[in-house]
Design a protein around this ligand. Structure first.
Ligand SMILES: Cc1cc2nc3c(=O)[nH]c(=O)nc-3n(C[C@H](O)[C@H](O)[C@H](O)COP(=O)(O)O)c2cc1C
Length: 155
């Protein structure tokens, strides 16, 4: 089974979890690069607005998900939503017939609406697991139990 872990990350939290998942599974790793700047206060404001209004963006990736059997996709949560780069990724590629898992990092509780949108966008794939970790738990290294149980579904 060929596995790809791919993520978008603005400040490194989701990237850290993505890297750990890829290392644990021996999976390939890719980063979704947003061609729109999200830096500074203007970028931050635009990030929240673009997420809330279900905007797409222009992205660049190194690895094509079509080449994999299982794709594990990570996003931060912005304005209770998934980020525009990950929304674009889920729209731009077909995940039909593939195994898909999602992980999120966020400041608050489980992002129910964002997870629902992600699942809807890959309705023709087999969703095998989801994982949501609070940013604070990542910072304080308090997520290993949740991560381990997520990984069990992906092996
Ligand atoms: C523009 C913006 C909006 C955000 N909105 C939310 C939110 O609605 N709910 C939440 O729990 N966290 C929210 N966050 C916090 C991020 O989801 C959290 O910091 C995440 O772990 C960052 O991931 P990253 O370091 O990979 O970019 C927001 C962050 C940004 C930049």
């Amino acid at each position: 089974m060929k596995r790809l872990v791919t993520y978008y990350s603005r400040t490194g939290t989701t990237k850290r979890i993505g890297e750990e998942i890829a290392t644990s599974l021996g999976a390939d790793l890719d980063e979704i690069l947003d061609q729109k700047s999200r830096k500074g206060i203007i970028g931050w404001l635009r990030a929240g607005r673009d997420s809330q209004t279900y905007k797409m963006t222009e992205i660049k990736v190194q690895k094509n998900p079509n080449d994999y059997d299982m794709i594990i996709i990570g996003t931060p949560i912005w304005a209770n939503n998934l980020t525009p780069p990950v929304r674009t990724y889920l729209t731009q590629y077909s995940f039909k017939g593939k195994k898909v898992a999602f992980f999120t990092t966020q400041g608050g509780d489980e992002p129910i609406d964002a997870l629902a949108e992600m699942k809807e966008r890959v309705a023709e794939s087999e969703i095998i697991a989801t994982l949501s970790i609070k940013q604070n738990f990542v910072k304080t290294n308090n997520y290993e139990a949740r991560l381990s149980s997520f990984l069990e579904h992906l092996r």
